[in-house]
Design a protein around this ligand. Structure first.
Ligand code: SF4
Ligand code: SF4
Length: 287
């Protein structure tokens, strides 16, 4: 049994929007993008134990012990004041879970879910844990029927993908923009590796779904939607595409003042895509 552990900001024991069927979802802490449209910006940073958030906790649920931040869940009222206090988008409430902990959780829920999705933050930032977890699931006769999915920003390099694909059933991958400058402005990173990952995963038969976030005046333009169409057509065989609509819930900074994406425009883009698409075009699960 692997002794690997992961820093996890949240676990859902039931979700129907994070891959096929009902799924347990692990939201890993830490991301290599810095998306200005992120709905959960407190999942981006890794805590450096500075202690700056302690004074903002109204219930004394946070403390420094041996130079490390410690969180007492029994005292927490989930007010999120500590998240607002952190200047590096970290979360002092993150918990450490071992592979064994998650296998135990899966054992309790195995009759009620279709599988597990590792999300984030960025799921691939703690890849050895994910690989060990998926491998152990496959070896356990009681859990081997559960599917194993990754929800990613696609920035992982091809060599690293190959280490985990044989134990992964499917990947949901976000493309934030096709224009490189727009992608860099929205995420802080280039999009070349994202597009390479999408191509490689599709060729390997592991790309379950491409996700595309429509942001008004940024990624809803005719040029971007045409690029999305052209990209899906360039992949051999059907590609499932999910359009998502920008909302300001949880968003910090300048994007919090941006308008929400109109439903009519998303539906019009979906119709245009469906005309030329080789696979299903899915509308947002949440508006
Ligand atoms: S969560 Fe942020 S403010 Fe709190 S100790 Fe960690 S880095 Fe410092
Ligand atoms: S969310 Fe919990 S730990 Fe954070 S400030 Fe509020 S009570 Fe304290």
């Amino acid at each position: 049994m692997s002794s690997l552990q992961a820093q996890i900001s949240k676990i859902l024991t039931w979700s129907c929007v994070d891959g096929p069927g009902n799924r347990i979802v692990l939201f890993l802490q830490g991301c290599n993008f810095n998306c200005i449209t992120c709905h959960n910006p407190h999942t981006i940073g890794r805590c450096n134990d500075c202690g700056d958030c302690i004074a903002d906790c109204p219930t004394d649920a946070l403390m420094l012990e041996g130079g490390k931040i410690r969180f007492d869940p029994a005292l927490c009222t989930h007010c999120d004041a500590c998240l607002a206090a952190c200047s590096i988008n970290a979360n002092p409430m993150v918990q450490t879970y071992s592979v064994h902990d998650i296998l135990t959780l899966l054992g309790k829920h195995k009759d009620f879910v279709s599988g597990i999705t590792v999300s984030g933050g960025e799921a691939t930032m703690q890849l050895p844990f994910t690989k060990a977890l998926f491998t152990e699931m496959g070896r356990d006769p009681a859990l081997a029927h559960l599917t194993r999915f990754i929800d990613t920003n696609g920035y992982l390099g091809a060599a690293a993908w190959t280490t985990v694909l044989d134990v992964t059933d499917g990947v949901m991958l976000d493309i934030k923009a096709f224009d490189c400058d727009t992608h860099r402005q929205l995420t802080g990173r280039d999009n070349a590796r994202v597009l390479d990952s999408a191509r490689m995963l599709h060729t390997a038969g592991k790309l379950y779904e491409l996700r595309y976030l429509m942001v008004p005046s940024q990624t809803d333009t005719a040029g971007e939607i045409e690029s999305l169409m052209a990209f899906t057509q360039s992949l051999e065989g059907p590609v499932r595409v999910r359009l998502n609509a920008f909302r300001t819930h949880g968003v910090r900074g300048e994007a919090a003042a941006w308008p929400a994406m109109e439903r009519e425009q998303v539906e019009a883009a979906a119709r245009a895509l469906a005309e030329k698409s080789t696979g299903p075009v899915i509308l947002p699960a949440l508006w």
